[in-house]
Design a protein around this ligand. Structure first.
Ligand code: SF4
Length: 367
């Protein structure tokens, strides 16, 4: 059965989506499962997965996921953490989906790799640098007609033919298991990159400087590749996808869940997406507002940060700088780089260390 964590609001199940791929049928299954067995919403995670909260019947959910092809391996479910550039193959870029599938099947077929820590991450970057920057434990990045092997986010200088990449990535993960002594991530292991390369029979040759990362557009049309204006990025406010939003997305032709709380959509009606509260405007403040779980999902939370963020975000200006709402000082899910730090206190919110103010008053301090 799918493993379920206990959160303050009940069971929490995480559904892995290697490469972010989710068919419209699978989205319908997940949304219906959340309505009938959970709190009704689907929560998008920073690893491009989907969570169902307040889960009442884990066994029933497992059966539904299995039938929909979303639970191919009980033993390996925790370790199927595979990110891929969300626009890969859709906007004229290198298509990584076949490699993602091969890597996932190889991972599930290896009993040894079920021992990987749940935090261990694979990433495949189509050359634009969006995922090379996430510092995955084992990754590849397209460089002309080859794939650069990345370990702990570092370009090792090793170049692979596409056909050999999945196997080398799996062997790199096994090498990490051989070397680790309790570490969860390759970057935590002393000389980890050199040790893994040595076990693979490669030597580090120093990677070439790659072009700067090209980030995924934050909401809006992509206007590239064969899909042209049909290709959209829809931001899911606070990463929480409601039933109506899921139903409209499931009318699209193709979907990919991104690690940035958005969904790449082919063939959806942008106006209909917006009517449900999904965001297809690249300047909307919703593209840059994030929040931790807060109350009632987290027992440490001092406030229902998502409710308050929902209430006040429409008052923020376009192109607002990033804002992160936290229910306590752990600041789970805070973005990298500069952001406005909105922290729940017992008597209100502090903004970048200010005295306590109300959620409404906090808006003036965010600009
Ligand atoms: S930041 Fe605090 S309140 Fe928010 S999810 Fe993390 S532990 Fe819970």
């Amino acid at each position: 059965m799918l493993s379920v964590h206990q959160a303050a609001d009940g069971g929490l199940a995480r559904v892995r989506l290697p490469g972010g791929v989710l068919s419209p049928m699978q989205l319908r299954v997940l949304s219906e499962a959340s309505r009938e067995l959970g709190d009704g919403n689907l929560e998008l995670t920073s690893r491009g997965n989907i969570q169902i909260r307040a889960l009442r019947a884990p066994g029933e959910l497992s059966d539904r996921l299995y039938d929909a092809g979303l639970l191919p391996s009980i033993t390996h479910e925790r370790v199927r953490n595979i990110l891929a550039s969300p626009l890969s193959g859709l906007d004229g870029s290198y298509d990584l989906q076949a490699l993602v599938g091969e890597l996932d099947r190889g991972l599930c077929a290896s009993p040894r790799l079920a021992e990987l820590p749940g935090r261990f991450l694979f990433a495949l970057d189509d050359g634009r640098g969006d995922l090379a920057a996430v510092g995955a434990d084992v990754g590849v990045r397209v460089v002309r007609d080859q794939l650069a092997l990345l370990l702990a986010g570092e370009d090792t200088g090793v170049r692979l033919a596409p056909a050999e990449a999945p196997l080398v990535m799996l062997r790199a993960a096994e090498a990490f298991l051989d070397e680790r002594d309790g570490e969860w991530r390759l970057g935590e292991l002393a000389d980890g990159v050199a040790k893994v390369l040595s076990r693979l029979g490669y030597s580090r040759s120093g990677g070439q400087q790659q072009a700067d990362a090209e980030e995924l557009p934050a909401g809006g049309p992509v206007r590239a590749g064969v899909y042209g204006p049909e290709l959209l990025v829809a931001t899911v406010p606070l990463g929480s996808l409601g039933p109506e939003q899921a139903a409209v997305l499931a009318e699209a032709g193709r979907l990919r869940v991104t690690p940035w709380r958005s969904v790449v959509v082919v063939g959806a009606d942008a106006d209909r997406l917006q009517q449900t509260g999904l965001v297809v405007d690249s300047e909307s403040p919703w593209n840059r507002v994030t929040a931790c779980a807060g109350k009632p999902g987290c027992g440490k939370a001092l406030a229902d940060v998502r409710r308050d963020a929902r209430r006040v975000t429409p008052a923020l200006p376009k192109n607002q700088r990033p804002v992160h709402w936290s229910g306590c000082e752990r600041r789970c899910g805070q973005p990298a780089g500069d952001f406005v730090d909105v922290l729940a206190l017992t008597d209100g919110y502090s903004v970048d260390g200010s005295e306590a103010v109300t959620a409404e008053q906090s808006v003036m301090r965010m600009r």
